[in-house]
Design a protein around this ligand. Structure first.
Ligand code: PLP
Length: 488
């Protein structure tokens, strides 16, 4: 007897189930979002652990609607909402609706952009977007690139290409331990993680001094390169960060690019955060010189309002990607006459994430994205002035992009007391659920961090978050003083 078709698999005869499933999910989401008033419910780990553990995965509910209702309780009721204007913690953005429409298509069609025969037009759409991004960077017609899962993977691939370039003509086994990467301590941790994955020495990442504002000092870079060469090391790559994760600083890419050009060293620009400037109507000049890079990391899921994942690595000379091509007879034979993206990717099966950016560009256009990025940068400057003006708060420095590092330190509170209080205050704020900020250390001291990526966050929202922090700070110092009085 022939088996009847599963009602749960997407096909031409299950479209009713499909449309009702997708409709039901989006209706449920809309219902939840309408009720959301703050970025988090405030639920603790133990409480959520208990709820998740209580589900018996071996007893299916049999029905998408029932499973959705369970998930709404388990996940949506306690999700962290990045679209809420008082979510000002990490590099997460509210997402563009055209990209969400694209998500519906790419997950149901389920194209895999590894080979032409699994993606066809998808491959060509992804390639157009790489060319478009390369054009914005200022690369010529030889540029190439690939979409990746994120900035971490883009940085890894960039450094892999740099390693392969540096090893040309050398004995791999002897040379790999001698390879060195130059970056500042402000660079993303994926740089040193990549060095480890690439089999480099434990001290392969050479810290280049900054100029006091957190930007790489080009003079110090030259000195560091000279030092490495003197000691028999092989300079493999310089990583400039265009938008450091904490301070949002832009390393001077033009000057660093000139040094790399003179010295014949691979120049990688990690613009995971600052790539929004590529489409900025008012601040594109801040990236002048990025066209000198050999490779650039761009994270569309940070400053282009794209859902995770959407990221790319773009290289100035496409031929440098060919060194990592590996061929399999069953997938992308060397003799293939069609474009196979897997030749250029660290992944094999890969989502057609490019369609989300495509839909966003075709609906809104690049200028609107850049304008929204400009707006959050403006807001960060206003936030800095607001903090600077308030006797209870202090900020590290004026921002470059959209992060502001600050702390609550009213008159009479020592820096040591403040260092002790801030992490606890951040924790209490998080579990209050009304606003979420990040935290980090700079120069051995703990700072709170606003990361602004939501153009709907106004100064009224910012002031309300500062007031919440002040309130919690007063409450906590009150509790502390009371405890001290009891002890005395
Ligand atoms: C976020 C970030 C990364 C990592 O990107 P993911 O998409 O999170 O993997 C790399 N570099 C910088 C500067 C970043 O801000």
């Amino acid at each position: 007897m022939e088996r009847s078709e599963s009602p749960h698999l997407f096909s031409g005869s299950t479209l009713d189930g499909y449309t009702s499933g997708v409709w039901h999910a989006s209706a449920l989401l809309a219902d939840r979002v309408k009720a959301v008033r703050q970025p988090y419910s405030g639920a603790g780990v133990a409480e959520l652990q208990e709820q998740v553990d209580a589900v018996d995965l071996d007893r299916p509910l049999g029905d998408t609607g029932a499973a959705l209702h369970e998930v709404a309780r388990l996940y949506l009721d306690n999700a962290v909402w990045f679209h809420e204007p008082t979510y000002v913690a990490h590099l997460n953005c509210p997402v563009a609706i055209p990209a969400l429409s694209a998500e519906v298509l790419i997950s149901a069609v389920n194209s895999s952009v590894d080979t032409w025969d699994q993606s066809t037009a998808g491959t060509l759409i992804e390639r157009r977007l790489i060319d478009w991004t390369a054009g914005r960077i200022g690369f010529g017609p030889d540029a190439d690139g690939i979409f990746t899962s994120g900035g971490t993977q883009s940085n890894l691939q960039a450094l892999l290409l740099a390693r392969e370039e540096a090893l040309v003509g050398l004995d791999r086994k002897d040379a790999i331990p001698q390879l060195r990467i130059f970056a500042t301590t402000e660079s993303h941790f994926s740089v040193s993680k990549s060095a480890g994955i690439l089999g480099m020495a434990a001290d392969a990442v050479v810290g280049v001094a900054t100029d006091g504002t957190g930007r790489m000092d080009p003079g110090a870079l030259v000195a560091a390169i000279d030092g490495v060469r003197r000691d028999g090391g092989i300079p493999m790559a310089v990583v400039a960060t265009a938008g450091t994760t904490d301070l949002g600083r832009l390393d001077p890419v033009d000057a660093i690019g000139a040094i790399c050009g003179d010295q014949g060293i691979w120049f990688h620009v990690d613009a995971a955060y600052g790539c929004g400037l590529l489409v900025s109507p008012r601040r594109r000049h801040l990236l002048d010189g990025i066209e000198k890079a050999d490779s650039v990391t761009v994270d569309f899921h940070k400053s282009y309002f794209q859902p995770v994942s959407s990221s790319a690595i773009v290289v100035r000379r496409g031929e440098t990607m060919r060194r990592i091509a590996v061929h399999a007879d069953y997938l992308n034979p060397r003799t293939a006459a069609v474009p196979n993206q897997v030749d250029k990717s660290l992944q094999t099966t890969r989502r057609f994430d490019a369609l989300k950016l495509w839909m966003t560009l075709r609906t809104m256009g690049a200028e609107q994205i850049g304008d929204m990025f400009d707006t959050v940068v403006d807001r960060a400057h206003e936030t800095y002035l607001q903090i600077d003006d308030d006797a209870d708060f202090e900020a590290v420095a004026a921002p470059t992009l959209s992060t502001v590092l600050f702390r609550y330190r009213p008159a009479g509170m020592s820096v040591a007391e403040c260092d002790e209080l801030m992490p606890k205050l951040r924790q209490r704020l998080f579990y209050g659920g009304q606003a979420i900020v990040a935290g980090t250390t700079v120069g051995g001291h703990y700072w709170l961090k606003f990361t602004l990526l939501n153009p709907n966050t106004t100064m009224t929202h910012i002031r309300s978050v500062l007031d919440l922090i002040r309130g919690i700070g007063q409450e906590m110092t009150g509790e502390r003083d009371q405890a001290a009085a009891v002890m005395a």
